[in-house]
Design a protein around this ligand. Sequence first.
Ligand SMILES: Nc1ncnc2c1ncn2[C@@H]1O[C@H](COP(=O)(O)OP(=O)(O)OP(=O)(O)O)[C@@H](O)[C@H]1O
Length: 308
Amino acid sequence: MRLEIKNLSKTYSNGVKAIQDVNLSIGRGMFGLLGENGAGKSTLMRTIATLQEADEGSVVFDGIDIARDPVSLRKVLGYLPQEFGVYPALTAEEFLLHIADMKGIAKASERKGQVEALLKRVNLWEDRKKKLGGYSGGMKQRFGIAQALLGEPRLIIVDEPTAGLDPRERNRFYNLLSEIGENTVVILSTHIVEDVSTLCSDMAIMGNGRVLLEGVPSTLQESLDGRLWIREIDKGELKSCSSEHRVIASHFHLGKLLVTVDAERSPGEGFEPKEPSLEDVYFRILSRKEELRESANTSMKQQESDAC
Ligand SMILES: Nc1ncnc2c1ncn2[C@@H]1O[C@H](COP(=O)(O)OP(=O)(O)OP(=O)(O)O)[C@@H](O)[C@H]1O
């Protein structure tokens, strides 16, 4: 059972190339799709969920070509969109029973049984008679995952599920996601690196609508072994440090500015070796993307001035 995405592209009517020639092969387990705001993650998720069509390319899940047979895909799909609207006047139980009906679970006893089991699983059984309008953000997300799991889907898509959750709710959400059956393909789209490092066995990083990097998180991390260096600097030194070295990230720690530099050997005095994290992998590929964009801009400007 695999989700095969081939040469997928989508340009919106305003000219934005939201996804460009995306190729991914995703097997069972939790797959993390990381990317900054605007990278194209939601466009890709909505396309896989058959909510919009791609201009080019194909998506095939377990033999179902989603463009040719979206109805079959929807039968095996569980989807938690980024903006999950609820009817505020309905209770969680009422809304889930309604969705179960829409998902084609024909027998009332089966609908009731599944809804009860799911409400218990997401720890909302006690609150099942409360109106959804009174739920907190975390409760809404847990409710969202419950509706996505209705009908025992084999392909589950969750789009930025932990944004805005407090650490306790985020932990609860992680526990829930990690309990999802092994016989499913789960795609977790997020801009939070911790989501991926905690949960995912495979991942890809998107930027400007393209897949910039993909692989197993621990392998990607190990690929940076021995090439990261860290040093404390003054705020005013950041510009010169960035022009001298390949700075992939800078952050404050206990009031001090620390820079992480990518280099094959020690960049100089004061630098200490740094153990790579998944965040470093992410920042490094994003900084490379910026470098590529800058060099493309420079060469375009050069070509323009040559032409003049
Ligand atoms: N319906 C639309 N019409 C026009 N442009 C769109 C539309 N939806 C998204 N875009 C643009 O396409 C690009 C990719 O957006 P998308 O929402 O897929 O990215 P994302 O990685 O999910 O970002 P975010 O985390 O902010 O949701 C962005 O430049 C966005 O402004």
